[in-house]
Design a protein around this ligand. Structure first.
Ligand code: DC
Length: 217
């Protein structure tokens, strides 16, 4: 099977930057699975569907086409429309967390992630990659960081994009979303002994990337 690197962890631990760099070093695609949940959350919001309404979300997931196109500038398509930048707002973060708790949504998106990974291998980042999507891969990493560090990173990211939520608002939102992702019934954010856990609070991205690459070859 093509090489699969699973990178799981809560928001703001540096998963995206790290996964992208690891993928580049190993010459395999970077697959951002959170973007797929975000795209479905956007579809729900546009149709006025409550992001906690299981029955409507099941129907929505069955008739919505989501494509993820890996690459230096990866793209997410919702029914053919490029929604890559639209899905990055704090509102979409919470909406994605809500839709991701629905088992029917997870079934559809996990299948898409498995198809993509099997085809070309990849560095897959998410919450359940090593527990549910590719439990058989030997390369599993769980990134953590102290909540204040994660909120500070998210805050800096949003400021860089010219979006001005306060640090306190982001800290509260980060903690609430991670709590929801960790306590849902279906595929909660978690790890087991098969993972290498890396606390990124006091490490540079380069150090984290180096550690993952050296353990993945
Ligand atoms: O990684 P992210 O912040 O873009 O993910 C958005 C939400 O999607 C996250 O709060 C939980 C959900 N998610 C998930 O349940 N499983 C994944 N593999 C990836 C994301």
């Amino acid at each position: 099977m093509a090489k699969i690197i699973a990178i799981d962890g809560p928001s703001g631990v540096g998963k995206t930057t790290t996964s992208r760099a690891v993928a580049r070093e190993l010459g395999i695609p970077h697959i951002d699975t959170g973007a797929m949940y975000r795209a479905l959350a956007l579809a729900a919001t546009r149709e006025g569907i409550d992001t906690r309404d299981e029955a409507k979300l099941e129907d929505l997931a069955s008739r919505t086409r989501i494509d993820f196109i890996p690459g230096e500038r990866a793209r997410v398509l919702l029914n053919g429309e490029d929604v890559t930048s639209m899905i990055r707002s704090p509102e979409m973060s919470m909406a994605a967390s809500n839709v991701s708790a629905v088992p029917a949504v997870r079934r559809v998106l996990v299948r898409l992630q498995q198809d993509l990974g099997r085809r070309s291998g990849g560095v897959l980042e998410g919450r359940d990659i090593g527990t549910k999507v590719f439990p058989e891969t030997p390369y599993k990493f769980f990134l953590t960081a102290r909540p204040e560090v994660r909120a500070r990173r998210r805050h800096a990211e949003l400021l860089a994009k010219g979006e001005g939520a306060s640090y306190e608002t982001i800290l509260v939102g980060t903690i609430a979303r991670d709590e929801q992702d960790s306590t849902r019934a279906d595929s909660p954010l978690s790890f087991d002994d098969s993972y290498t856990v890396i606390d990124t609070s006091d490490l540079t991205i380069e150090e984290v990337v180096e550690r993952i690459v050296s353990l993945s070859s």
